[in-house]
Structure formats: C-alpha cells, structure tokens
Design a protein around this ligand. Sequence first.
Ligand code: NDP
Ligand code: 8X3
Length: 249
Amino acid sequence: MTAFVTGASTGFGAAITRRLAADGARVVASARRADLLAKTAADHPGTVHPLELDVRDRAAVERAVATLPAEFAEIDLLVNNAGLARGLERAQDADLDDWDQMLDTNCRGLLYCTRAILPGMVARGRGHVVNVGSVAGTYPYPGGNVYGASKAFVHQFSQNLRSDLHGTGVRVTCVEPGMCGDTEFSTVRFGGDRERARAVYSGMRPLGPADIAETVSWAASLPAHVNINVIELMPVAQSFAPFQVHRTP
Ligand code: NDP
Ligand code: 8X3
C-alpha cells in the first residue's frame, strides 16, 4: 500500500505517517518544512519519502504528484491533513489575510491534492481519500467563523466525492476530531503564542495525534467493500453547551 500524507511534518500528519509506515505502507510525507520530514524519513529508510510541498501551490502539487519515484507513484491512500486555523477573533475584527490562508490551505490545497491524485486511483479501480475535517465544521463557536466554514467545506466535499466516485471502487472518509493536544494547531492559531496555546488544553485531557492516526489506520484497514463516510471524535472532557441568549435589560 502506498499513502500520500499532507501536513506530515508535525501533529496528526507526522503521527499518521509513522503509523501507516508501521502498518507496512510506503508513505509520501509532504509539508513545507523539509527538515522535519527528513527526520521522519531517516527513521523509515526506503519507506517514507519526504516531499517538500506547499499545498496552496497548484502547479507544484501537480508537478510533485507527476514526478514521484516509481515505487511511490501509485497512491492507494491520500490523507488530506494539511490545514490550520489562524486567529480566534470575531468576524467583524478578523484579519482577511488569515481568512485567505485558511481557505487557500484547508479548501483549495485539499482540492489540488485530491484532483491530482484521484485519476490514478480511478484508473486502478481502487483507492481511498481520507480528509481531515473538524467538529468545528459542524458546531459553531465564537471566533470559529472561517476555520469552521472551511471544515464544513471539507465535510461536504467529502460527501460529494462519494457521489462522483460511485462505481469506481474509490473510498472517501472524513475524519472530524475535536480538541487535540500535542500538535502545533493552537500555537499556529495564536500566531506563535505558546502560553496561550497551552492554556487551551489546561486541566483537561485532549485527544492526541496517536488517536487520530489510529482512526485513519482503522478506516484504511477495513475490507475494500466497506466505506466509513464520517468519523466524529472528541475527548471525553469536551461536549456541548446550550445556545447563548442575548437579553435586553
Ligand atoms: P499542526 O499545526 O501540528 O499540523 C499542521 C500541518 O499542516 C503541519 O504539518 C504543517 O506543515 C502543514 N501545513 C500547513 N500549511 C501547509 C501548506 N500550505 N502546505 C503544506 N502543508 C501545510 O496541527 P494538527 O496536526 O493539529 O492539524 C492537522 C489537521 O487537523 C488540520 O487540518 C487541522 O485543521 C485539523 N484538526 C486539528 C484539531 C486539533 O485540535 N489539533 C482538531 C480537528 C482538526 P508545514 O508548516 O511544515 O507546512
Ligand atoms: C480544531 C478543533 O474545537 O479547536 O479543529 O476547533 S477546535
């Protein structure tokens, strides 16, 4: 089995890469930070192929997929994991550059990778696209505005892919986690403020990257006739709260 994982330099992507390699897959591990990918590749010689790639660069994505080494070229599993949140400001205060970056990465980047890799899967009559969504795509929260909307896009695109791929043998799964620690997610969201990022997970046990890797590994390991459409998972410590109500004095 050959997998292509985006956002493989840290967090979920790094854990998914290592888990799939342990499962016996060859893995193309892609992200912008080549130094981090090189470390993972060094731990898995011949099995993990590091690929420096910005998923927002459509031409680079097409070129990278078209020029993979032969032993990594026939991709069975695409894990569209690269993504980020930027900021937690209300929509009326948010930075438009942050919105652009989220849309370009979480939506357009995912589309470019999918479109580049799908034709080969369809031609071979097998394959699996696993998209990393989020609970933020289903449940609104203050400041979640464009991040949540981008993950709602990931959810709906995944469902629509299933319709388009009907009869091809290609599977599609959307994995939608809640709060997960031990990644760079909140540090990136808060512009590098590690203290603020740490506070997000203080006093509770979040999911860990290994939980996400386990989920992806499980969905990918099921028999070829089984399609897991959507998996939503949360830490036990996270749940739902009532609607907020604004009352006039
Ligand atoms: P990390 O910040 O640790 O990982 C994000 C990964 O995406 C990094 O490897 C980063 O690599 C990569 N990335 C970001 N921008 C680009 C780009 N333009 N091109 C290629 N790679 C890029 O966060 P997580 O592991 O937590 O997040 C992974 C995914 O899971 C994201 O899609 C996130 O939205 C989602 N998610 C996270 C949750 C959480 O609570 N942590 C919960 C639900 C979903 P590099 O910078 O080297 O390019
Ligand atoms: C990340 C999960 O709840 O921080 O997608 O938005 S959350």
